[in-house]
Design a protein around this ligand. Structure first.
Ligand code: ARG
Length: 366
């Protein structure tokens, strides 16, 4: 029996990875806190249903581009098993008229060493998304005797998990930024809620973005679950929609992070990096002025790259500024055409989840 699951950070040499699938993807119906989380100018507001088939096919083609690029470099690729996401779901605490998709995996699966943990997402439409990964988890469990197959405490997601009438429709961008600066978010603290993409793993240290999808109770939960790790909260006051850290603060290798120039860490939160001689560089400008159609994310998916090893990185093919910057930072750049997968939830990092990276748990901040 072999060791299949092992990953402590986002830069060690990648050997095995999960890449999502767009099949059967939905734009989910309105639920508590969606309007707070979806940008006000998004054309998706108020609509829901199956995503147009040709966009699903095109998204899948993009993911195939990624699969091919990593397989050519010897990385083993695993894929989830999509469900019929248009099914209505119910628990004792809520009902929802549909689910969403199994994109992107980064939001659902957290790999820490030999453990993969399914997250405790605050979106009701994502409550059963983990099921798409259960066949893979069973396979890893059968083949790797050390693999820890874990599910975080499931949130109840009753109405008490959200602040109601938290934003009025006319809220301005400035008012949103005041809320972010005050660490005042739409999710409450009645239970731990977190998306895996809000966590940045760096060996002994785990940095967690506090925002619309991850709350403080989750951080407290992580600190007790992983007593041997240091858990750090991160806030980015410049982000009016703080959701997922991987288009904001992205490590390329030990000692080097690219940072969204509109979203610098809050007061004091750079100190640990600076004290250990890490360089935090503003990321290059995105090549596009707007995200593609029916997309939840911002143009900053430009910096959402997949590091294959400390000197090799995959960057989206149209993001020429980001490619040039990576080159100047000493990285070999592999461009992959993935932009039409963005509407399904994100870029190159989002679309994947780590299974195996060669390396061990190190202390980068001694
Ligand atoms: N909130 C980020 C932005 O729009 C997008 C993050 C997407 N990441 C992910 N793992 N789904 O800039």
């Amino acid at each position: 029996m072999a060791k299949i699951v092992n990953s402590w950070n986002d830069w060690d040499p990648l050997k095995r990875v999960i890449v999502g699938r767009c099949d059967n993807s939905m734009i989910p119906p309105e639920e508590p806190a969606t309007s707070e989380k979806v940008p006000v100018d998004s054309e998706m507001r108020g609509m829901w249903g199956l995503r147009p088939l040709r966009t699903v096919e095109r998204g899948n083609e993009c993911l195939e581009n990624l699969v091919k690029a990593v397989e050519e470099r010897g990385v083993v690729v695993d894929r989830p098993t999509p469900l019929q996401w248009n099914q209505a779901i119910g628990t004792p605490d809520f009902r929802n008229d549909s689910m969403m998709t199994c994109m992107p995996p980064r939001d659902i699966l957290l790999t820490v060493g030999n453990e993969i943990m399914a997250s405790a997402n605050s979106f009701r439409c994502r409550y059963f998304e983990y099921l798409a990964y259960w066949p893979l988890m069973k396979q890893y469990f059968d083949e790797d005797p050390e693999f820890l197959w874990t599910q975080a405490p499931r949130p109840r997601l009753t109405d008490a998990s959200y602040k109601h009438n938290y934003y009025d429709e006319k809220i301005t961008l400035e008012e949103r930024l005041v809320r972010t600066a005050n660490k005042d978010f739409v999710t409450t603290e009645v239970e731990p809620m977190w998306d895996a993409a809000d966590l940045m793993r760096m060996g002994k240290d785990i940095f967690i973005q506090h925002g619309l999808t991850t709350n403080r109770t989750a951080m407290e939960w992580f600190q007790r679950y992983y007593p041997e790790y240091r858990i750090h909260a991160m806030n980015f006051p410049g982000d009016p929609y703080p959701i997922h850290i991987d288009a904001t603060f992205v490590p390329l290798r030990p000692g080097l992070i690219i940072n969204n120039p509109h979203r610098h860490p809050a007061e004091g939160q750079r100190d640990i990096f600076e004290a250990n001689d890490w360089q935090i560089v503003d990321a290059a400008q995105p090549a596009h002025d707007e995200p593609p159609a029916l997309c939840y994310s911002s143009v900053w998916l430009s910096m959402n790259c997949l590091v294959l090893d400390p000197s090799t990185v995959i960057v989206e093919a149209s993001e020429v500024n980001q490619q040039e910057q990576m080159d100047q930072l000493g990285m070999n750049v592999i461009p992959v055409d993935l932009r039409d997968a963005y509407p399904f939830g994100g870029g190159l990092h989002c679309s994947t989840a780590d299974v195996y990276r060669e390396g061990e748990c190190l202390d980068y901040f001694p």
